[in-house]
Design a protein around this ligand. Structure first.
Ligand code: NI
Ligand code: MN
Length: 226
């Protein structure tokens, strides 16, 4: 499986023949000027929560590709008013899609949509099929609830965790999170996009290394084989 980093919490990957996009924040991200949203063509768009740096390009991409938005009930309803199809979920619920199973899990953060509409409670996703299982934390603090992730998926292949601090976990808490979720293969996100979340890449990777873990910090546009 290949995943491509699109900046902030944006990723795109092909999973069982479907293209899945996560939290596209591309057109206003100066770090993502080389990403062309016309090329993404997702079947599904996963949205962790309602903040602008996660939903900005959802409408344009979904309308161009007839994509299905998977998110919490409130966010799916908001996009539904814009004539975008969606699959609503809420915390603790899982659903078997045609690409795999998705569970919407807790995140400790906030979630208002760009026009001020209530964005429900923020979340993350655990996604799996018979061969692979991974966790997309979304914007979140370190929380004890992360200990429940291995109950759903005892052997995570990788996890996408925020490491930028200030608005989410920073590196040190992300290392503790990786203990809670029992996963040593971490892809970082939510760093460098704004001044508040700039990180020292070398130091972050060294800290994970000292804990016996690997932190991947992809360049925007970079693809990684899992
Ligand atoms: Ni946020
Ligand atoms: Mn964010």
């Amino acid at each position: 499986m290949k995943i491509r980093f699109l900046g902030q919490n944006g990723f795109v990957f092909d999973f069982n023949g479907k293209t899945i996009l996560v939290d596209p924040f591309i057109s206003a991200n100066p770090l993502a000027i080389d990403i062309n949203i016309i090329d993404l063509n997702p079947d599904y768009i996963l949205v962790t929560h309602g903040h602008q740096d996660h939903v900005l390009d959802v409408e344009q991409i979904a309308k161009a590709n007839n994509s299905t938005v998977i998110s919490n009930y409130e966010i799916v309803s908001w996009f539904g008013q814009k004539k975008i199809s969606g699959h609503p979920m809420n915390h603790g619920g899982q659903w078997k899609f045609d690409f795999g199973t998705v569970k919407y899990v807790n995140a400790v953060h906030s979630s208002v949509l760009p026009d001020g509409t209530y964005g429900g409670n923020p979340g993350g996703f655990v996604i799996w099929d018979d061969n692979i299982c991974f966790y997309i934390a979304g914007d979140t603090a370190l929380t004890w609830d992360m200990k429940l992730i291995p109950v759903t998926c005892p052997t995570l292949d990788f996890a996408i965790l925020p490491v930028g601090d200030n608005f989410t976990m920073g590196v040190d808490d992300a290392i503790i999170c990786s203990d809670f979720i029992e996963c040593n293969n971490i892809v970082g996100c939510h760093y460098d996009t704004f001044g508040f979340i700039e990180i020292d890449h070398m130091e972050a990777k060294e800290k994970f290394g000292l804990a016996g873990k690997t932190l991947h910090l992809l360049d925007v546009g970079q693809t990684m084989d899992i």
